[in-house]
Write a protein that binds this ligand. Structure first.
Ligand SMILES: *Cc1c(COP(=O)(O)O)cnc(C)c1O
Length: 343
C-alpha cells in the first residue's frame, strides 16, 4: 500500500527502533525519565525557550496551552479551519470553557488588522464587563487544512505584535513547524520567538511513534505540567517514546525537503489530469489537496489499486507525503490516479 492519507502513518525505522529498545527509562511523573528530560531540553533549546514539556499528543499539547493561557468565558482568535478547534472535537469548549473565534483567513494566515477587528471596543457608555475577554491568539504553522501553508515571518510577527498590544497571549500550533522551517529557511526558533507557547509534534513528518512537546517560559511550562497531569497525560516510562522522538529530531528534520519535493511533483502530476482542480504552485510543504468529483468513490477505487488518499469532503481529496513515501511511490500513485479517473 502507498499510504498518502497522512504523515502520521509512518512507522519507526530500524535505527529508531534500536534507540527505543535501548532507552534508559524512569517515571516521567516524578521527572525521573532521563530521555524525556533530554528531549524536553533539546526541544526548548531548538525553539529558544526556557523549558518544554513532553506530552502524548499534539491535541493535548494545544489544549494544555489553551488552558494555561485562558479562563472560562475567554475567547481565542484563530484562523478558519484551525486544528485546535474543529479538528480537536471542540476541546476548547469542553476542557477550558472557552470559545474559538475563527476569523477569515487567506490560506491559513490572517493579518494584524483582522486581529484588531476581532477585539471588541466597548463604547464609553457601556461597561467593559459586558464584553467577552479576547485573551489569546493561536496561529498554525504550517496550516494543515489550508494545505500545509507557511506563515511569512513578517506577517506572523505583525500579528503577534498587535496581539500583544491588545493584551493577548500568543500560542503557536507548530505540529509541522519543522516543515515550515525546511520550506522557508526560517529557523524554528525565529518562528517561535514572538509566542508565549509553541507546540511541536514528533509523530507527523518526523516519523516518531508518538508525542508532542509544548515549549515556553518556565512559569508557563510549570503550569502546563499541572494541566498535562490533570488531562491524564502523566505517562510513566515515556522515555521509550521520547527516545524515538529525540532520534527523529536529530535525524529526520533535514529530510523533510524530500517530502516537499515529492508533494510538489505529485501536485504537478495531478494538475495534468483533466477534471481535477489544483494550484500546484500553492503546494509549499508536504500536503496536497485537490478538487475532484465524487472524492469518496475515487478514494475507494484508489484503494483497490493499492493507493490510499483521504476524501476530506464530497469533492476534495488530501494526499500527504512523508518518511515512508519515495519518489517511485509518487509515480505509481499518479499512474493509479490517472487510471481511476479514466485518462
Ligand atoms: C496533527 C495535528 C495536531 C494534533 O496532533 P495529534 O498528535 O494527532 O493529536 C495539531 N495541530 C495540527 C496542525 C495538526 O496537524
Amino acid at each position: 500500500m502507498i499510504d498518502l492519507r497522512s504523515d502520521t502513518v509512518t512507522t519507526p525505522t530500524d535505527a529508531m527502533r534500536k534507540v527505543i529498545a535501548d532507552a534508559e527509562v524512569g517515571d516521567d511523573v516524578y521527572h525521573d525519565d532521563p530521555v524525556v528530560l533530554a528531549l524536553e531540553e533539546r526541544v526548548a533549546g531548538l525553539l529558544s525557550k526556557d523549558d518544554a514539556v513532553y506530552v502524548p499528543t499534539g491535541t493535548m499539547s494545544n489544549q494544555v496551552a489553551l488552558r494555561v493561557h485562558t479562563d472560562p468565558g475567554d475567547v481565542v482568535i484563530a484562523a478558519q479551519g484551525a486544528h485546535i478547534n474543529g479538528h480537536e472535537l471542540g476541546a476548547p469548549a469542553v476542557l477550558s470553557g472557552i470559545r474559538v473565534n475563527e476569523i477569515p483567513s487567506e490560506r491559513g494566515t490572517f493579518t494584524a488588522e483582522a486581529v484588531r477587528a476581532a477585539v471588541p471596543v466597548p463604547p464609553p457608555s457601556m461597561p467593559s464587563s459586558l464584553f467577552e475577554p479576547v485573551t489569546l491568539v493561536a496561529l498554525e504553522n504550517t496550516h494543515n487544512e489550508a494545505g500545509g501553508t507557511v506563515w511569512p515571518l513578517d506577517l506572523l510577527e505583525s500579528v503577534t505584535a498587535v496581539a500583544g498590544e491588545c493584551g493577548m497571549a500568543a500560542h503557536l500550533d507548530g505540529a509541522r513547524l519543522w516543515n515550515a522551517s525546511v520550506a522557508s529557511g526560517v529557523a524554528e526558533a525565529d518562528f517561535a520567538a514572538s509566542f508565549h507557547t509553541v507546540s511541536v509534534c514528533f509523530s507527523k513528518g518526523l516519523g516518531a511513534p508518538m508525542g508532542s512537546a509544548l515549549a515556553g517560559e518556565t512559569g508557563l511550562i510549570e503550569r502546563a505540567r499541572r494541566f498535562k497531569q490533570l488531562f491524564g497525560g502523566g505517562f510513566r516510562q515515556a522515555g521509550m517514546m521520547a527516545a524515538g522522538a529525540l532520534y527523529a529530531v536529530e535525524n529526520h528534520r533535514d529530510r523533510l525537503a524530500e517530502d516537499h519535493a515529492n508533494a510538489s511533483r505529485l501536485a504537478g502530476g495531478v494538475s495534468e489530469i483533466p477534471g481535477v482542480q489544483i494550484e500546484p504552485a500553492e503546494v509549499e510543504t508536504n500536503i496536497v489537496y485537490f478538487g475532484i468529483a465524487d472524492a469518496p468513490r475515487v478514494c475507494l477505487d484508489l484503494e483497490q489499486a493499492g493507493v490510499l488518499m483521504l476524501p476530506v469532503s464530497p469533492n476534495r481529496i488530501r494526499a500527504v507525503t512523508h518518511l515512508g513515501i519515495e519518489s517511485a511511490d509518487v509515480n505509481k500513485a499518479l499512474t493509479v490516479l490517472r487510471e481511476v479517473v479514466g485518462v
